[in-house]
Design a protein around this ligand. Structure first.
Ligand code: ATP
Ligand code: MG
Length: 241
């Protein structure tokens, strides 16, 4: 993108920190998520990736600093949605899981079925529509979680390790879906521990270690010329925590 073109900001975090019971879990950090880009959050286990996503989505409130997000959305849409590492499914059918999420954002009853069917078709789940969602395989549940989030028509989608528990073919499928969502203009902020996936998907990278933002850069720069010893060690597979 040419430098003179203004990049819209989907999310802006300034001096945000988070602690529980006096334990500092996220040290003050600032960064922006550019609209339409795919930001991948990397870091070893316990680095704070999941906490960061929850703070950005608004499930947790920072102790200091700000998260500026566009929470305004037209009726029947969500400004932002989140897909968790372990999908949270209601004890209902696949179809009802989507209609329920749509009803919760006040989609008119007459549109519920149509929008849910559209989402299931979009992600190849229509054949499973009447199955109890909790009986789907892990990969199918993750696909349903993404379909359900997509149905909310978010501008910004948070995903916490969406393929961590999946086999290579389910992972490829999810990656293809994320590529499609990106092509549709959805801004993505996702964590992964899969460096290959990060290389395939990331436009930008946030690298966390021990609750601190160590590096924020474009993906190419991060992988080809990391600026810190910690990032170099992580990419080489030598930084365990
Ligand atoms: N509710 C909580 N109370 C106390 N400590 C917490 C809480 N939630 C997270 N932590 C701690 O904060 C740190 C960061 O946790 P987080 O789940 O964000 O790590 P992560 O980078 O997502 O790790 P992983 O790769 O294992 O998913 C961990 O040390 C964790 O034990
Ligand atoms: Mg995590």
């Amino acid at each position: 993108m040419p430098d003179n073109q203004v990049r819209a900001v989907a999310l802006s975090v300034s001096d945000m920190s988070f602690s529980i019971g006096g334990v500092q879990l996220i040290y003050p950090m600032s960064f922006q998520v550019t609209s339409g880009r795919r930001l991948v959050v990397l870091g070893p286990n316990g680095a704070g990736k999941s906490l960061l996503l929850r703070l950005c989505h608004g499930l947790l409130q920072p102790n200091a600093g700000q998260v500026h997000r566009n929470d305004l959305h037209p009726a029947g849409r969500r400004a932002h949605a989140m897909v968790f590492q372990t999908p949270v499914m209601l004890r209902r059918s696949v179809l009802d899981n989507v209609t329920h999420a749509l009803a919760a954002i006040a989609v008119p009853p007459a549109q519920l079925h149509g929008r849910a069917v559209e989402a299931l078709n979009r992600f190849g789940l229509m054949g499973l529509a009447e199955r109890p969602a909790r009986l789907l395989s892990g990969g199918e549940q993750q696909r349903l979680a993404i379909a359900r989030a997509w149905a909310l028509r978010p501008d910004l989608l948070f995903l916490d390790e969406p393929t961590a528990a999946l086999d290579p073919s389910a992972t490829r499928l999810i990656e293809a879906m994320l590529t499609d969502l990106h092509a549709e203009g959805v801004t993505l902020m996702m964590s992964t521990h899969d460096l290959g996936q990060a290389r395939r998907l990331a436009d930008d990278v946030l690298f966390l270690a021990s609750g601190s933002l160590v590096e924020a850069s474009e993906a190419q720069q991060f992988f080809n010329d990391p600026q810190t010893a910690q990032a170099r060690a992580f990419i080489a597979g030598d930084l365990v925590w």
